[in-house]
Design a protein around this ligand. Structure first.
Ligand code: GUN
Length: 283
């Protein structure tokens, strides 16, 4: 069997178009566009590219983009003051502080300063708590994008066995919380998991988010399973995921490619979160 290749790029383009439609309605009703502020500290080349593409996508969706570029040696107090200023700014619905921050800055303290209702990354512990307890909040973009793809492929996820490989706060843990809320039976596997292959072999849904190239081979995949690959690993052979795509696609029922799978969903979900934040703030 050859798997269905899940076209995240097309799904994300469709989601962005739907967000743009709702963003236009918001702007008409509120008399102002929804606004996303992105804070970038320093000159990191990759972060700079991400921030530019987030700004472009925000404008294309009919929302206002506010870019705050601070110098590499900005003090913790000045960075926190900038976040507090954005918290208080009525034109700003979403705030994203691009990570990683330079080493002299305390990322946790900065993220704690962001108003949870403007935390479009969903990284604030208040939003992690809301997700864990089933309250409405801001859901981290990448796992939410994975969930949208899974629902599109599988419909109702209820009762399915899911394995999430990786336990990061940004992907693994929120992914597991989202799948639990969908009534999946969820296993979180990680670097200390014994018999990882056996866990993955039982799963109807595999989400790989470990950051190791080709870590999950095809012979771990249950025939017909749906495989979501969050990994983006630069290798001599180019960009590859955490799943060995060539062998996994011969066994899986559906699988995301890298690139063109989960990646494009992250920005689309960021735009969606910004609009959700704008509507909630407008009451
Ligand atoms: N750096 C790389 N990806 C992300 C992201 O999704 N959010 C933030 N804040 N920083 C990042």
């Amino acid at each position: 069997m050859t798997a269905r290749i899940i076209d995240g790029k097309a799904f994300a383009a469709n989601l962005r178009a739907r967000v743009a439609t709702h963003a236009a309605a918001f702007a008409a009703a509120a008399g102002r566009p929804a606004g996303l502020a992105v804070v970038l500290v320093g000159e990191d080349a990759a972060s700079s590219v991400y921030v530019r593409s987030k700004g472009k996508a925000t404008r294309e969706a009919g929302m206002a983009s506010f870019e705050h570029r601070l110098s590499t040696d900005v003090s913790q107090d000045d960075l926190i003051a900038r976040v507090e200023q954005l918290n208080a700014d009525p034109a700003v619905d979403g705030i994203l502080v691009q990570l990683p921050l330079p080493k002299h800055l305390d990322s946790d303290a900065v993220l704690l300063t962001i108003d949870p209702d403007k935390d479009v990354d969903g990284f604030h512990p208040v939003n992690a708590g809301r997700l864990a307890t089933g309250l409405p909040g801001m859901v981290p973009c990448t796992p939410y994008g994975c969930l949208l793809l899974l629902r599109d492929v599988l419909g109702d996820l209820s009762g399915m066995d899911a394995v999430v490989v990786g336990r990061s706060n940004i992907v693994g843990k929120p992914m597991a919380a989202l799948l639990t809320a969908e009534s999946c039976t969820v296993t979180i596997a990680h670097s200390r998991t014994r018999d990882l292959a056996d866990h993955v072999r039982r799963a109807d849904i595999v989400v790989a988010a470990v950051g190791r190239a080709n870590f999950v081979p095809g012979d771990w995949i249950k025939p017909g399973a749906t495989v979501i690959d969050v990994g983006i690993n630069r290798t001599d052979a180019g960009l590859v995921g955490d799943v060995d795509f060539a062998s996994a696609k011969e066994v899986a029922g559906a699988i995301t490619p890298v690139p063109g799978g989960v990646g494009p969903m992250t920005i689309a979900c960021l735009l969606r979160n910004t609009l959700v934040a704008a509507y909630r703030r407008a009451g």
